[in-house]
Design a protein around this ligand. Structure first.
Ligand code: C5P
Length: 225
């Protein structure tokens, strides 16, 4: 849906680097307002995982863009099914995130899923989480947030999450992977990670998630009522 009427539907965009807490923030806001949620990173992760499973090279832009049109994606409560396969866990690995950032640098892939993302804009409102939500996909969004945190803080949060799941990982390896993905996302030619000019920039390095949610809720009330 990209008709004129859809532009009246409020959107909160939440962009920023991986591990800054965008997903948690977006889910909290969507729940508080009973709005729809778009996890655009999940789409790039799905494309990467399906491409790897089907044996496509991750830089084969034409094949990957064609693949996008064949994906039947169903987001459930905490799950995602693609062409009937449950990919919920497969898309959440660090490797899937890194592979996603490789396919996400290809303009034909970004073009292929642009409309799909815009179709998530449905009443009463949408919270959209990603890298280019405020700059490219929903440039007219009334509320734009850029959520940042130091690479060290993001690596440490991820490390603790994985440790709590009983998974042994190296903090240093996580930090390197995060820095490599940041560089690829910030330096790519198309839709690079950067705050929209009218975005509120929040550095969550020293903030609790509750404090971030409160700050964003205040901004939403101020801008959309
Ligand atoms: O947010 P998440 O870590 O799931 O995103 C995985 C990757 O997908 C990012 O590192 C980025 O390269 C890509 N991405 C993007 N644009 C978005 C969302 C994600 O390029 N809107």
């Amino acid at each position: 849906m990209n008709s004129d009427s859809s532009f009246a539907i409020p959107v909160v965009t939440i962009d920023g680097p991986g591990g800054a807490g965008k997903g948690t923030l977006a889910a909290a806001i969507a729940e508080a307002r009973s709005w729809h949620l778009l996890d655009s990173g999940a789409l790039y992760r799905i494309i990467a995982v399906v491409a790897l499973r089907q044996g496509f090279p991750l830089r084969d832009a034409a094949s990957l863009a064609a693949l996008c049109s064949e994906l039947q994606i169903v987001f459930g409560a905490g799950s995602v099914t693609v062409n009937g396969d449950d990919l919920t866990d497969a898309i959440r690995t660090e490797d899937a995130g890194s592979a996603a950032s490789v396919v996400a640098a290809l303009p034909p892939v970004r073009e292929a899923i642009l409309t799909l993302q815009q179709e998530f804009r449905r009443a009463p409102g949408l919270v959209a989480d990603g890298r280019d939500m405020g700059t490219v996909v929903f440039p007219d969004a009334p509320v734009k947030i850029f959520l940042d945190a130091s690479a060290e803080a993001r690596a440490e949060r991820r490390y603790n999450q994985l440790k709590n799941k009983g998974l042994g990982v190296s903090l240093r390896a996580l930090l390197e992977q995060i820095q490599e993905r940041d560089a690829r996302d910030r330096e790519r030619a198309v839709a690079p990670l950067r705050p929209a000019e009218d975005a509120l920039i929040i550095d969550s390095t020293e903030m609790s998630i509750d404090a971030v949610v409160a700050m964003v809720m205040e901004q939403i009330v101020r801008k959309t009522g």
